[in-house]
Write a protein that binds this ligand. Structure first.
Ligand SMILES: Nc1ncnc2c1ncn2[C@@H]1O[C@H](COP(=O)(O)OP(=O)(O)OP(=O)(O)O)[C@@H](O)[C@H]1O
Ligand SMILES: [Mg+2]
Length: 182
């Protein structure tokens, strides 16, 4: 069941969409000298009750109706813990949710980053009604892109759905990530 981190990001971001968030921030932070890779997704969606939150990392807990088993959160938790990292979730009903997973950077079981630019493109294009922010930190240097500014420049939210804009977003992130790694 090995997954790329970018696929975990897609999964966890879809939960925020399902929770009717209007604003979601996604963060990836690579700290190579500190041997930590962090992934965090924070939203202002409907949140979870304390009781539900206690059960949500159990693979048999879900509110989805097409199948019984919700897997996004249990998978991420399992993967982080397998890699000497930690999994944290904080949620307040009616206010929002923050999910954070860390991995030992050099763990042989650590999921590769995968294609983050493509995943972010898919997320932004798929849900233009949401204000998205993607931030990527590499050894203290950071890059971020927000659909709030894009929408301001485009003057039309729906343009976020266009292939042209989507590919532009992907390329921007791609370039920024190679610059961070230089
Ligand atoms: N950001 C969130 N805000 C509010 N509720 C959430 C959030 N993330 C998860 N949940 C709740 O936790 C449940 C479990 O989430 P999880 O991603 O593990 O499985 P799922 O979304 O139900 O199914 P899958 O991800 O496998 O398609 C969800 O059904 C939802 O009720
Ligand atoms: Mg899910």
């Amino acid at each position: 069941m090995l997954e790329d981190l970018s696929q975990h990001v897609l999964d966890i971001a879809e939960n925020s969409v399902a929770a009717l968030a209007s604003s979601v921030s996604i963060e990836i932070a690579e700290d190579v000298p500190g041997n930590v890779l962090l992934m965090a997704v924070e939203d202002d969606g409907k949140g979870m009750s304390a009781d539900f939150l206690e059960r949500v990392t159990d693979p048999f807990t879900t509110t989805r109706t097409t199948r019984r088993v919700g897997m996004g959160i249990p998978f991420l938790k399992q993967s982080a813990e397998l890699c000497g990292g930690r999994f944290k979730i904080a949620s307040t009903l009616g206010a929002g949710t923050r999910i954070e997973a860390t991995f030992k950077y050099d763990s042989i079981d650590r999921p590769p980053l995968g294609d983050m630019p493509a995943s972010v493109m898919v997320i932004f294009m798929g849900h233009p009604e949401i204000d998205w922010t993607y931030r990527h930190v590499y050894n203290g240097k950071d890059f971020s892109i927000s659909t709030v500014e894009l929408v301001e420049a485009l003057e039309d939210r729906e343009l976020l759905r266009s292939t042209e804009v989507g590919l532009w977003i992907r390329d921007q992130i791609d370039e920024a990530l190679s610059e961070l790694r230089n």
